[in-house]
Design a protein around this ligand. Structure first.
Ligand code: NAG
Length: 314
């Protein structure tokens, strides 16, 4: 160790997206448009839920939290990506890199926990409708949100501290568009076995347990519908669970696609494309999935924006 000429790296360089220079402007416009859509769409959901008292129910309060988390999640990576695409200076200081990694993990986990809280809410609404208001009281909702924040803080902190132990010496070019944990591990010249074990173990806990909980609540919902099959019951279940189920499939679909599909030799490109899917596309689609297919949200949109403007038409 002492004999080796070891320089400790103070900044990294992000390689960015694997695209041709002449397509740079096209992709810049595309990502900027997607980012603005994400911000505006999710802000609209938060504002609607805040302003319309019909939507002050657990499901919509969780949805508002999810939108907040979507805004933050995409803001962790996309502004830096847009900056790098335009300025050709893609360096990021060491501390900045760890900070980005921390918040990336934080908001990704938060999303996963909020999806569980929403699944539990749908389970209680459909399987125990008579006890719904007693079970999903404001105190429980707040506790679920606070618990999500605490767990996700601990998890992101654990990975960030483990990463901070490592040395980076020769190579400082990250083949990615943000400080991705696995890309950083590959660059390190320390022993990364502990980090990898913790990633596998905690990744299992943080992704598999929420996923199983969601599957379990949907299994309960389906079996309770099948017990008394009625067209009305099925329609109600579809209208209240459909949006949530779409978001869940989108979120876990990309994550499972990334981790379970065996990666070939060209894995960097595949990882980048998948990362674009879940950092840019998923947060953008969530508001559309909820607002376009959902009668409550459309009603709220009408009440909040047109209530005062067209009183003469009535
Ligand atoms: C998040 O959920 C909690 C509990 O339901 C709620 O009190 C809070 O207002 C929500 N936060 C946002 C930003 O919607």
């Amino acid at each position: 160790m002492t004999g080796r000429n070891q320089t400790v790296i103070s900044e990294f360089f992000l390689l960015g997206l694997p695209i041709e220079p002449e397509q740079q402007n096209l992709f810049y416009a595309l990502f900027l448009a997607m980012y603005l859509t994400t911000i505006l769409g999710n802000l609209l959901i938060i504002v609607l839920i805040y302003l319309d008292s019909h939507l002050h129910t657990p499901m919509y309060l969780f949805l508002s939290n999810l939108s907040f988390s979507d805004i933050c999640f995409s803001s962790v990576t996309i502004p830096k990506l847009l900056h790098d695409m335009q300025s050709q200076d893609s360096s990021i200081p060491y501390a900045g890199c760890l900070t980005q990694m921390y918040f990336f993990l934080f908001f990704a986990d938060l999303e996963s926990f909020l999806l569980v809280a929403m699944a539990y809410d749908r389970y209680v609404a459909i399987c125990l409708p008579l006890h719904y208001t007693a079970i999903m009281n404001p105190k429980l909702c707040l506790s679920l949100v606070v618990l999500s924040w605490v767990l996700t803080t601990l998890h992101a902190m654990l990975h960030t501290l483990l990463m901070a132990r490592l040395y980076f010496c020769a190579n400082s070019v990250i083949p990615h568009f943000f400080c991705d944990m696995s890309a950083l591990l590959k660059l390190s010249c320390s022993d990364t076995r502990v980090n990898e074990l913790v990633i596998i173990f905690m990744g299992g806990l943080i992704l598999v347990i929420p996923f199983l909980l969601i599957i379990m609540s949907y299994a309960q919902i389906v079996s309770s519908i099948l017990k008394v099959p009625s067209a009305r019951g099925i329609r109600k279940a579809f209208s209240t669970c459909g949006s949530h189920l779409s978001v869940v499939s989108l979120f876990y679909g990309t994550v499972i696609g990334l981790y379970l599909c065996p990666s070939a030799n060209n894995s960097t490109v595949k990882e980048t494309v998948m990362a674009v899917m879940y950092t840019v596309v998923t947060p953008m689609l969530n508001p559309f999935i909820y607002s376009l297919r959902n009668r409550d949200m459309k009603g709220a949109l009408r009440r909040v924006f047109f209530k005062k403007k067209i009183p003469f038409a009535v």
